[in-house]
Ligand binder design. Structure first.
Ligand code: NAG
Ligand code: NAG
Ligand code: NAG
Length: 355
């Protein structure tokens, strides 16, 4: 009760901050417009892109110990021990990693670098997560554009990251008690992803990076069955089919929508990049490539689990998170993301096309 009372007394102050932030937003957009606008980054999607939108009190792990131990040093909303894909893309573009949408009014000064709309656990359709799906995330973006928080010149100079790492599929399997995703459902996930990309493009963002599905058969969640020794080829073939369909959909979109207007819609090939690192870990200073760094003490626990009654932690963290590729059952470590990023940078020109 005491804390509720304190919270309520803060409400007017928060409202004031929110209101003034909104006014400032459009003024700043005009002021920034005068000069040559710098790049902005907008991120959409799931936990591979989220840097703090999932709430602290959610069941998700991103605010629990030991998440964030490497960066920023404590749990801060990332699904890793440190930086994730969005952070590395921001670094590449030479911009600050965009502020999470949920915190935009607390840090209005950072909105000029873009916004991260991604929520861990979400998909293009609704999933087990109650957080906004990608359609709603784009609605938030559209509302800010309508309120003139971003000018069209800024949007033209923006890069969007779209991450779809498979929550639609895991939800589908769980809900239907199925072991396989039908081709029809896969087609609908890809179609909705392409539709979302088209919408972001129509809102004025000319450079869009869409992540392909990672080799899901190599995620510790799957390889646990073989004591983290081998990838499941059935699941990896599935990811390849998704990626081929996605590639075709985006090529078609580019032909229909962009009319050579200097737009770049590119795929970040996470499948190939993850595989390159997993096949040649030592080239990326990775020692521990299949086994996750942070694991539950038994199958009923996960990284971050704590016993409700005794408050004893029910997970174990490896000695050197820097040398592990995977952090938990589905997410890379900061080193893992860094390796994937280095590989993307070295093996293709997709990142260059975002400049
Ligand atoms: C996104 O979520 C909203 C609210 O739950 C829902 O009405 C809408 O159908 C969802 N969009 C898609 C594409 O599933
Ligand atoms: C992959 O995993 C599925 C589901 O657990 C299993 O049925 C299948 O046999 C596995 N395939 C391979 C090649 O290991
Ligand atoms: C494409 O970019 C070039 C070089 O920046 C510019 O001169 C040209 O006007 C742009 N074309 C369109 C359609 O925006």
């Amino acid at each position: 009760m005491a804390s509720l009372h304190r919270l309520l007394s803060l409400v007017p102050l928060l409202l004031l901050i929110i209101l003034s932030a909104q006014n400032l937003g459009s003024l700043e957009a005009e002021a920034r417009n005068v000069k040559n606008p710098t790049k902005l980054l907008f991120a959409f999607g799931d936990s591979y892109a989220d840097t703090g939108n999932v709430r602290r009190d959610a069941v998700a792990s991103s605010w629990k110990q030991p998440y964030g131990i490497t960066f920023p040093g404590k749990p801060a909303g990332r699904f890793s021990n440190g930086r994730v894909l969005t952070d590395f893309l921001a670094k590449y573009l030479g911009v600050r990693s965009p502020v999470p949408y949920r915190m935009r009014n607390l840090m209005p000064q950072y909105m000029k670098y873009g916004i991260n709309f991604a929520y861990g656990g979400t998909g293009v359709f609704n999933t087990f997560s109650a957080d906004p799906n990608m359609t709603l995330q784009i609605d938030f973006f559209q509302a800010l554009i309508r309120d003139k928080v971003y000018s069209s010149a800024e949007l033209r100079n923006s890069v969007a990251l779209v991450s779809v790492a498979g929550n639609d599929y895991s939800f589908y399997l769980q809900r239907n008690g199925a072991t396989e995703v039908t081709p029809k459902f896969m087609a609908s996930v890809v179609k909705q992803t392409v539709k979302n990309v088209a919408r972001i493009h129509a809102l004025g963002v000319k450079k869009i990076a869409v992540s392909g599905l990672q080799p899901v058969g190599c995620l510790p969640k799957t390889t646990a069955l073989s004591s983290f020794s081998q990838c499941n080829s059935t699941f990896n073939d599935f990811a390849t089919r998704h990626n081929n369909l996605l590639r075709r959909g985006l090529v078609k979109l580019k032909q229909q929508e962009t009319n050579n207007d200097n737009s770049s819609i590119v795929i970040l090939d996470l499948y190939d990049s993850f595989m390159s690192v997993l096949n040649h870990p030592s080239s990326y200073k990775i020692k521990n490539h299949f086994k996750p760094c942070c694991v539950g003490l038994s199958s009923q626990y996960a990284c971050g689990s704590v016993d409700d009654k005794s408050m004893v932690k029910k997970y174990r963290v490896c000695n050197d998170p820097k040398s592990a590729f995977f952090w938990d059952l589905v997410h890379p470590t900061q080193s893992g993301w860094h390796a994937v990023y280095s590989n993307l940078r070295a093996t293709s020109n997709v990142l260059q096309q975002l400049h």
